[in-house]
Design a protein around this ligand. Structure first.
Ligand SMILES: [Zn+2]
Length: 164
């Protein structure tokens, strides 16, 4: 069965090689925000013949086709995730590199208001929060701990270095 990303590639008219198909699948299955090296590591477990250069070219192609989102979480490494319809923002734990996805209705509303005040209709935004854990003993590492008010943490994953 083709992965979601592979179906999108076909819809966009991209020529699909076996290697592109594997990279698309690895991206579709990722629950985190892997960088190119981690993607390469995962893809070469399926096909050891996939080169790092191919992964670079393929993510660039997917990004240009707007089916992949590139993030910069402040450490100079580009990270990728499937472009999906449901919007979320990111909080980056700068100590552990953990990336927490969240949505906050107040922030969304506020941003629309700011744009409107400036005479614009908001069509998109990017928001990254850089943070350190509040508890000094490090026990409050659970993402569900931040589920207060209208902020909903979606899931919590290491930012890509977890499998080294
Ligand atoms: Zn994300």
């Amino acid at each position: 069965m083709p992965s979601r990303l592979e179906r999108l590639c076909i819809e966009k008219g991209l020529k699909m090689t076996d290697q592109r198909r594997i990279i698309a699948r690895v991206l579709s299955e990722a629950q985190d925000h892997p960088d190119v090296e981690l993607l390469h590591k995962r893809a070469s477990q399926v096909d050891p013949g996939i080169s790092l250069a191919t992964v670079y070219r393929t993510v660039r192609l997917f990004e240009e086709a707007s089916i992949l989102e590139r993030h910069d979480f402040g450490d100079g490494r580009a990270r990728y995730e499937e472009a999906k319809d449901d919007h979320h923002d990111h909080l980056i734990d700068i100590q552990s590199g953990r990336v927490i996805e969240f949505t906050n209705e107040q922030i969304e509303k506020l941003q629309k208001g700011v744009a409107a005040e400036l005479g614009y209709r908001l069509v998109g935004h990017r928001l990254e929060l850089y943070a350190v854990p509040i508890d000094k003993d490090g026990t409050a590492q659970n993402a569900t701990g931040s589920e207060t008010g209208t902020t909903r943490a979606k899931r919590s994953m290491p930012a890509g270095g977890g499998e080294k």
